[in-house]
Design a protein around this ligand. Structure first.
Ligand code: ADP
Ligand code: ZN
Length: 735
């Protein structure tokens, strides 16, 4: 069996996610492998699939005891022999697992890191054939990480105990420092490193003004009725108050924080995982121990403490790849509140650190440019697009306006006040506010005092944000603004400046004088994100019936519903209405074992709904199997070019695909050539150079008369790239 066959048979999937195929290949070559992938990227498969190929045992070290049972249940549901060993097992249970492992009846064994030092466990290990060790949440081994676990240091001993056994270390923490540390601490030998993009394409980000906020929050949650949502709050007390307030508004919510009794906490968590309570109002303590793939909305009702935290917490939304939303409620008052808490920190270095982190969060909230781009840049990743189509800034209609005069006024005000003040003060000066402070500073005597009459405070701040994004001014410590060299040149040469901003709503249409332009934006109007799943014509009534069946089966088996099937699978069933085992098996997520166990139950529901409504089955498009049954070998070696194809079909450029997949543009062009060779209707149009370049290249290829590239390139000169030429050559072969 090929790895792709194993993927379909055991997991029910037709394609690999980006980098999975490459990582699995590295592990199968028995090389040490280091994997950096965001939450939801599909890390587990990177060791679970090789485990099926190896004849010995795959040992998985994971710090999250609470998760082990769910992971093992998920594997078992897929017909994979898995077990776990941790402190939750009784002695007889432990013995049973050990016996099964010794008899070679187990492929994957999860263990908690504290087991590794127990001599009993080491003796047990010594008698086994271990083929692979997977270290999940590998950042726990690093003191630089945010979740250092001393137990993880024992992994080095394990390494020495199992010489020659390959290790795969996986983490969603991206910093260079942690990555280096993981490789060193685990003593990985020349590890193959794979770093996926940290972009979460299916997540939409927004920042909303925090006004009438409980009602606004309730309205937002109401849009997600029946789906799983997490609301993060700053304090324990506010989680309780807010949960009560939401319940009073007819929503079903429970609070969760570290101050609750352990049994209450685990009950709440369990209810959430089992779809019994849709909304959890929590402090950040909630989420680490859960793997729920179908959280559709994560709200930050208070400011997060850092952008790392924000990224991690929002990362708990939409692990299954379906469109999900992250909303942050922000008010200036919240910033002041946070400042107050930071002022209480006694250690000066810690205080400074907290201030810096908060300043970054505030900058993120105040952004006038793409939030996704900013977040990714924060983690050192360059996002090539200007409009992501998935954050409130990018989704708000924008307009160009002549900003020359207002920009001159703002920059002059900065200079005249000595480049020592923040935007709040500068805005007051420009609008001619009559305050004591302004009089004391004698800023009312400056030539810039009161020269801006037609802009509100909010609008001045917006323009200042845009000027910062354009690098005309910069923000220093304590939020004071100063000019950059570009800014000085602009002012001196009286250059013209056109900027884009959120489209102004006509004053007559404004609901309140300061209604926020961001309010114009509605999530439901958002263009479909990078997910073809979003476009499925899902039969909502059938989807609900399938969810009910899933919940019943899950209760029977005492597992979380997502262990049976994920939302992606149910949505496809409710869109394609498969009515035979054969067509059901084509649905993503339906592997052999699940088909066997639950296929009939789901088919029955689908058939009777289809009968009642007079609906017919629809063909499941483009699965690997249907193509293979036509005798084509297209996808044998390469799900990798299929992954490229999907991204291209979503309108990404070659450079974007390359960045997103961690490949070179050259490799991506290679994929395109293969796609064209496999399918003569493949649309090269969007990838070709502009018409005069296209023509020049076509001429050169014609003239050279050969298939070799070098002569063509020589003719064209260094203005043209090999990649362009290869694309045009493919195009000419096609037409
Ligand atoms: P991570 O550990 O990186 O957060 P997981 O391994 O939990 O991610 O995978 C996230 C989700 O994606 C799971 O629901 C998993 O079943 C699904 N998944 C993983 N690989 C694929 C794939 N190749 N095709 C479709 N779904 C996948
Ligand atoms: Zn954006």
């Amino acid at each position: 069996m090929t790895v792709l066959d194993l993927l379909k048979k055991h997991f029910g999937y037709d394609q690999f996610r980006p980098l999975q195929a490459e990582i699995i290949a590295s592990v199968l070559e028995r090389r040490d492998t280091l994997v950096l992938m965001p939450t939801g990227g599909g890390k587990s498969l990177c060791y679970q699939l090789p485990a099926l190929r190896f004849d010995g045992l795959t040992l998985v070290v994971s710090p999250l005891i609470a998760l082990m049972k769910d992971q093992v249940d998920t594997l078992k549901a897929n017909g994979i022999a898995a077990e776990f060993i941790n402190s939750s097992l009784t002695y007889p249970e432990l013995n049973r697992v050990r016996t099964r492992v010794r008899r070679n009846a187990v492929k994957i064994l999860y263990v908690a890191p504290e087991r590794l030092v127990l001599s009993g466990f080491r003796d047990f290990l010594a008698g086994l054939k271990v083929s692979l060790v997977a270290v999940d949440e590998a950042h726990c081994i690093s003191m630089w990480g945010h979740e250092f676990r001393p137990d993880y240091r024992n992994l080095v001993d394990l390494r020495r105990l199992l010489p020659g056994v390959p290790f795969i270390a996986l983490t969603a923490t991206a910093t260079e420092q942690v990555r280096r540390d993981v490789a060193e601490q685990l003593e990985l030998t020349q590890p193959q490193e794979f770093a996926a993009s940290f972009n979460r394409a299916n997540l939409t980000y927004s920042v909303r003004p925090k006004r009438n906020s409980v009602d606004a929050l309730a309205a937002l949650l109401d849009e997600y009725r029946g789906e799983s949502c997490i609301v993060y709050c700053f304090s324990r007390k506010s989680t309780e108050d807010l949960a009560t307030a939401l319940c009073e508004r007819g929503l079903s919510a429970l609070p969760y924080h570290a101050g609750l009794d352990t049994p209450v906490r685990s009950q709440t968590q369990e209810k959430f995982i089992r779809d019994e309570v849709p909304i959890i109002v929590a402090t950040i303590a909630f989420g680490m121990g859960i793997d729920k793939p179908d959280v559709r909305l994560v709200v930050h009702y208070d400011l997060p403490k850092s952008l790392e935290g924000y990224y991690q917490e929002t990362g708990r939304a939409g692990r299954d790849g379906l469109p999900s939303e992250c909303a942050l409620f922000y008010s200036y008052g919240d910033k002041v509140k946070q400042d107050f808490f930071i002022d209480q920190i006694e250690n000066a270095a810690e205080q400074r650190n907290a201030q810096d982190k908060l300043a970054q969060v505030i900058e993120f909230c105040d952004l006038q440019t793409c939030r996704r781009k900013y977040l990714l840049a924060y983690f050192g990743e360059d996002w090539p697009q200007d409009n992501c189509g998935g954050c409130d800034v990018c989704l708000t209609p924008r307009e160009e306006f002549d900003a020359t005069v207002i920009a001159q006024k703002i920059l002059s005000a900065i200079v005249r006040t000595g480049e020592r003040f923040g935007i709040a003060h500068l805005s007051q000066v420009l609008r001619g506010a009559n305050t004591k402070r302004i009089r004391e500073l004698r800023h009312d005597r400056l030539s810039v005092y009161g020269i801006v009459g037609d802009f509100s405070d909010g609008e001045i701040k917006e323009v200042a944000g845009l000027l910062q994004a354009k690098s005309l001014l910069r923000k220093n410590s304590y939020a004071s603004l100063s000019l950059t060299p570009t800014g000085r040149t602009f002012l001196k040469n009286r250059e013209k400046l056109i900027l884009t901003r959120a489209k102004r709503v006509e004053p007559a249409l404004r609901v309140t004088p300061d209604s926020d332009p961001a309010q114009v934006w509605r999530r439901r109007d958002a263009p479909p994100l990078a997910d073809e799943q979003a476009d499925l014509a899902v039969d909502a009534a059938l989807f609900e019936q399938l969810r009910t069946l899933r919940r019943e089966l899950a209760e029977e088996r005492n597992v979380p519903p997502y262990v049976i099937f994920g939302d992606v699978t149910l949505r496809q069933m409710a869109a394609y209405l498969p009515q035979s085992r054969e067509s059901l098996s084509r649905i993503s997520g339906v592997g052999a074992a699940k088909l066997e166990q639950w296929g009939e139950a789901f088919l029955e529901v689908i058939r009777s709904h289809a009968d009642e409504q007079g609906l017919a089955e629809r063909p499941v498009p483009g699965t690997r199997r249907s193509r293979e049954s036509q005798g084509s070998k297209v996808s044998r070696q390469g799900s990798t070019h299929i992954a490229t194809k999907q991204l291209l079909e979503q309108g990404r450029s070659l450079a974007e695909v390359a960045t997103e997949r961690g490949l070179s543009v050259r490799t991506v062009v290679g994929h395109v050539e293969k796609l064209v060779a496999d399918d003569e209707d493949f649309d090269l149009g969007p990838l070709l150079p502009v018409s005069d370049r296209l023509e020049a290249i076509q001429n050169a290829i014609d003239r050279s008369g050969a298939t070799a590239l070098a002569p063509v390139k020589a003719m064209l000169g260094k203005d043209y790239t090999y990649e362009e030429i290869r694309l045009v050559r493919a195009f000419m072969r096609q037409t």
